[in-house]
Design a protein around this ligand. Structure first.
Ligand code: HEC
Ligand code: HEC
Length: 364
């Protein structure tokens, strides 16, 4: 028995030494890929370009329970931009989701009917590429864009209408009566949601990142390629994945809660208000929203067009993209990025900006 004790002790000392090294040694250098290798790694792990033709689009986003047709999409577009859907006829979906400017409103929190703020201080997410997500809303509570569309119309702090009021208003418009008749046969709240959903499924954006994935090496800069490599190799892609570069799962945030890694409350002594912040949530908890089942579980947002949709996070608490990336590094993957690395990642995120694809739909 005795003869085993020394080897075991030595083994313990050696293992502890090796483990401590992983904390002392600098980060592993990031692999340097060639353009072809980088593209290959991205494509093989489901980072895919946006379809450019209507046929390809249908393969990716069509909903068998609400098949897309050009007429339905055109009706949905009209509804999306129509303030008729709000109580005071002054707010449309496009008020909070500006398609020409990132698909959101660039405000920390949404302001709707009668200047009411979102009661949970929620930030408007982009509608661009939202249809690619596996669920809708920050807590994933709506199954798809069709179901989602019913929410804001009825929320008293958004458009503040009832389904019956919506149906009555639309029935008073000969133009809508005609269009709903052609597309669905009749006007109903369900059909309003379906038309808007069909339109949202066409709101996909194509940009430099897609051109790179499709083979154009010069579409993105060397700096952006370094950022993309970090994004893939350090694990951002683990959550922000798929064609939407996000929207595929619900995840805990902050995943690594240890406030010693990062504390968003440096002025805690100066600002007594911050003292009420839940200590388990080392992130400014404006609005008190804690995601699905109050468990700090949030839908992973799409990062397409992210550099156009400041401020960031579910409560819009962070204004600068660099700060958002730093928080993600520290809290989601446990890395304190250097300034250079953050700049490279941000350069990559810029390549995710894109233009809404023109799917050449007649009469839309
Ligand atoms: C007053 C501002 C406001 C209006 C008006 C509004 N939205 Fe939103 N929208 C928001 C906010 C805030 C959220 C996030 C709510 C949540 O997650 O609980 C949101 C979420 C969404 C989402 C989910 C996106 C995602 O990534 O989860 C979609 C899609 C969407 N809205 C589409 C619409 C449509 C369609 C309309 C019109 C029928 C509309 N919105 C009207 C503010 C608004
Ligand atoms: C474990 C999953 C996970 C990992 C890994 C992860 N993220 Fe996130 N990311 C999330 C979630 C969840 C949110 C939404 C948090 C919230 O708003 O409450 C988010 C939000 C963001 C946002 C703000 C999005 C918006 O619309 O406001 C950015 C930017 C972002 N992540 C970038 C990154 C980068 C860069 C990395 C790698 C350093 C990364 N993320 C790694 C899950 C993750």
């Amino acid at each position: 028995m005795r003869k085993f004790i020394y080897p075991i002790l030595i083994a313990i000392v050696v293992i502890s030494f090796l483990l401590s090294l992983t904390f002392i040694l600098p980060q592993k250098p990031i692999i340097k890929y060639s353009d072809e290798e980088l593209r290959e790694v991205a494509l093989s792990t489901n980072m895919l370009p946006i379809p450019k033709t209507y046929e390809e689009l249908l393969k990716v986003v069509d909903n068998p329970k609400n098949p897309m047709t050009p007429e339905k999409i055109a009706l949905g577009k009209k509804l999306f931009f129509d303030p008729l859907l709000s109580r005071n006829q002054d707010i449309s979906c496009a008020t909070c989701h500006k398609l020409k400017d990132g698909g959101d409103d660039n405000m920390p929190t949404a302001i709707g009917d009668d200047n009411k703020k979102n009661p949970s201080h929620l930030n408007s997410p982009t509608v661009l590429n939202a249809a690619l997500a596996f669920r809708q809303f920050w807590d994933g509570s709506a199954k798809d864009v069709e179901e989602q569309a019913g929410g804001p119309i009825q929320a008293h702090f958004e458009m503040n209408m009832t389904p019956i009021e919506i149906e009555q208003r639309l029935k008073n418009s000969p133009d809508y009566v005609e269009k709903f008749k052609n597309v669905f046969g009749n006007i109903s709240f369900e059909n309003v949601k379906k038309a808007i959903g069909a339109y949202e499924r066409t709101l996909l954006t194509y940009g430099a990142y897609d051109r790179f994935l499709e083979g154009d090496n010069s579409a993105i800069s060397e700096k952006a390629k370094r950022g993309m490599t970090i994004f893939i190799e350090k694990g951002c892609k683990g959550c922000h994945t798929g064609m939407g570069v996000g929207g595929q799962s619900l995840q805990r945030f902050p995943l690594r809660k240890d406030a010693s890694i990062y504390d968003m409350r440096p002025n805690i002594e100066l600002n007594p208000e911050l003292k009420i912040v839940d200590k388990r949530f080392p992130f400014e908890n404006k609005g008190g929203f804690l995601g699905k089942d109050n468990n700090q579980i949030f839908k992973v947002p799409t990062l397409r067009n992210i550099t156009k949709t400041s401020p960031y996070f579910h409560n819009g608490a962070v204004k600068e993209i660099e700060e958002a990336v730093k928080i993600m590094g520290r809290h989601q993957i446990g890395i304190n990025f250097t300034k250079t690395q953050i700049d490279e990642i941000v350069e990559f995120l810029k390549t995710l900006e894109g233009e809404i694809v023109d799917y050449n739909l007649t009469n839309i």
